[in-house]
Ligand binder design. Structure first.
Ligand SMILES: O=P(O)(O)OC[C@H]1O[C@H](OP(=O)(O)OP(=O)(O)O)[C@H](O)[C@@H]1O
Ligand SMILES: O=c1cc[nH]c(=O)[nH]1
Ligand SMILES: [Mg+2]
Length: 214
């Protein structure tokens, strides 16, 4: 299942447009805020797929039977660019437990890179719905490695992947390696640079959110 936000006209596409805009990007607070707003938007869309239970809620004037979320999903992200997107999800799933993974592209002398995963801090994910958020799905290698590591450790019931911008190659890599995952994407771009940056994409999401790393 792929949900591509850009296929429907909504205010959320304005957030994506602002993320991409090289002038608006100069305002790093707005860049982070737009990632957060996209996280909130996807949280709402994903919520339509989750399980609900009936609950009698006592109001000052009577009792209302409401459909409420059965269980909060666990919200995971990949450091560091994923943090604002995860925060947006957490604004909506406000009692959710969170998982943090550090993974980065380690560039070899040849110019090729491997994904170096150093750190995972996670609650128990057995029998839980997991939402994995990372703004950029470029080659898809970081996403696949991190999700596979969690799937190997836990019996996850449902996996939702959220990205602001994906590449066609990244989507194909995820679908080949995580066929059961549901993909929630802001947009899908066709091209990548020789260094595997998405084109037109938006540039380096981590640097834009938190400053250029040296
Ligand atoms: O699909 P891939 O080819 O694996 O690339 C995507 C990864 O690149 C970015 O992180 P980056 O390595 O730039 O780290 P950062 O968040 O610290 O900037 C992004 O947030 C993903 O984690
Ligand atoms: O286009 C890309 C690819 C990887 N990481 C980014 O931040 N941007
Ligand atoms: Mg980066």
């Amino acid at each position: 299942m792929i949900f591509n936000l850009s296929k429907t006209k909504s205010i959320a596409n304005t957030f994506i447009a602002e993320l991409r805009d090289e002038n608006i990007q100069k305002d790093s607070m707005r860049f982070r805020k737009n990632l957060e707003r996209i996280g909130e938007f996807f949280a709402y869309e994903i919520s339509k797929n989750l399980k609900y239970e009936s609950k009698d809620v006592v109001t000052p004037l009577g009792v209302s039977t409401c459909e409420v979320l059965d269980q909060q999903p666990v919200l995971s992200t990949i450091l560091r660019a994923g943090l604002p997107l995860q925060q947006g999800l957490l604004n909506i799933y406000d009692k959710a437990e969170c998982c943090f993974i550090s993974a980065y592209r380690k560039v070899k002398k040849s110019g090729d890179f491997v994904i170096q995963m150093d750190y995972i801090s996670s609650p128990d994910l057995n029998d839980r719905v997991l939402i994995m958020a990372d703004p950029m799905l470029a080659t898809g290698q970081s996403m696949v490695m991190c999700c596979k590591e969690l799937i190997n450790r836990y019996k996850i019931t449902e996996l939702h992947i959220v990205a602001a911008i994906a590449s066609t190659e990244g989507v194909a890599h995820v679908r080949a390696n995580l066929p059961k995952a549901k993909l929630w994407l802001g947009a899908i771009d066709e091209e990548m640079t020789s260094k595997s940056y998405i084109v037109p994409g938006l540039g380096d999401a981590g640097d834009l959110a938190y400053g250029e790393k040296v």
